[in-house]
Ligand binder design. Structure first.
Ligand code: FES
Ligand SMILES: [Fe+2]
Length: 407
């Protein structure tokens, strides 16, 4: 993409328009109450990975303050992962208080009066049962939550009757990313932080590369720019309705002594250090969709709050979990293979420290933006063409909140 050329991603979707995007309504406390119901209590939400509960009796818990609940995922004797509201049927105490664990002998027991449940959610034991009045144990198991998996990611849906399956919800993403080796790439490290900002501000920060050469100028800004492409223009954009993809270029042009060493020990540019697909034509069709030799990674924004950064052999996740209108828990994880040599360890540790700094830069603007945005003095964003994912996100948020369901 020449620096003289304008891109035209937005104009390919006339429904989005090209004018300023109003944000004052979407940032209001009233709108947040509708988001709770229309978005977070109705859409499929990624809450874990199957590797986090590998064996019978393993469980993980996802706190969902935005929906005033906590969800418990348990692996049953049959190997299936099921999800439930993490709540006892006696007097409503939270059942599992730890983030993860294993039910002893396949039974989870409430701390309050000792009611116990098996990993399929059935009420298994009630102390002093004879003093209850015709207690129907069959009808008083844990309250189920719809759960399904895609590529090892566990999704739940708090709607008692989801209006579409997970596969229908993800649509063409399922086919576009078939063959990406998610299950072969282990969790490496992650961070979480509580931010004083609206969750959409945190999503916006990851949904474009326009900021890369400026906000990340001390860390990785150079990776995304060249003299021909000074502003990190997208190689390709695909809007899936609710979800979106942006394919991004990268260049190995800027050098520091430490980066050169990190590149040299593996004899590969660190951004390609774990190339699973040496032949770009053999990649999943949704990875590096243009088959560009200058490709670095693809952003997949899975509505409402899951961001995937997919590289050739490693990947990043951001999740932006609303707590209140001005409070968000940001969870960030990196998945990459364990280093297999001392030299790889050096390169991996270098990359880890770079990622830490990049994420600190990304998160540095969020609270300050929110602090002044909530004044209401500005009522819209002015978005350029390479911010089309931001534009699409606000369009989709409004559409879902206003009750126009995803197509
Ligand atoms: S609230 Fe759980 S046993 Fe009483
Ligand atoms: Fe960034």
């Amino acid at each position: 993409m020449s620096k003289e050329q304008a891109t035209h991603w937005t104009q390919a979707h006339p429904e989005l328009g090209t004018g300023p995007v109003r944000i004052d309504r979407a940032m209001s406390p009233e709108f947040f109450e509708r988001e709770r119901d229309r978005i977070f209590a109705s859409c499929w939400l990624k809450v874990g990975r199957v590797e986090e509960l590998p064996a019978f009796g393993d469980f993980i818990v996802k706190e969902l303050p935005v929906c005033h609940t906590s969800v418990l995922m348990m692996r049953g004797r049959d190997g299936q992962v099921r999800a439930f509201h993490n709540m006892c049927s006696h007097r409503g105490n939270k059942l599992a208080w730890d983030r993860r664990g294993n039910c002893r002998r396949g039974v989870l027991t409430c701390k309050f009066h000792g009611w116990s449940y098996n990993c399929e959610g059935r009420l298994a034991g009630v102390p002093d049962e004879l003093n209850f009045f015709n207690l129907d144990k069959e009808a008083n198991g844990l309250t189920p939550v719809a759960a399904d998996t895609w590529q090892g990611f566990i999704f739940i849906n708090l709607d008692p009757q989801p209006h579409m399956t997970l596969k229908e919800y993800l649509g063409e993403i399922v086919e576009d990313l078939a063959g990406y080796p998610f299950s072969d790439i282990p969790f490496s490290f992650g961070y979480w932080e509580d931010l004083n900002c609206n969750w959409k501000i945190a999503v916006d920060a990851q949904n474009e590369a326009y900021h890369a050469v400026w906000l990340h100028r001390r860390t990785i800004g150079d990776i995304f720019a060249s003299s021909d492409d000074p502003y990190s223009h997208a190689l390709e954009v695909k809007l899936y309705g609710l979800h979106a993809r942006m394919s991004l270029p990268g260049y190995d042009l800027w050098h520091t002594p430490v980066r050169d060493l990190a590149n040299r020990v593996e004899n590969k540019w660190v951004m390609r250090r774990e190339s699973v697909f040496s032949d770009f034509t053999k990649m999943p069709k949704g990875l590096n969709p243009t088959r560009s030799q200058n490709w670095t990674f693809d952003i997949y924004m899975i509505f409402p709050n899951l961001w995937l950064g997919l590289f050739n052999g490693f990947y990043l996740i951001h999740e932006m979990w609303p707590v209140e209108v001005g409070k968000t828990r940001q969870e960030t994880r990196m998945y990459q293979s364990a280093p297999r040599s001392a030299s790889q360890l050096f390169t991996w540790e270098y990359q880890k420290s770079v990622n830490r700094d990049v994420w600190l830069e990304d998160f540095s603007t969020l609270e300050e933006t929110w602090q002044v945005l909530r004044s209401g003095a500005k009522k819209h964003f002015n978005l350029q063409d390479n911010e089309v994912l931001v534009r699409n996100f606000y369009y989709q948020v409004e559409r879902v909140v206003d009750g126009r369901r995803a197509g």
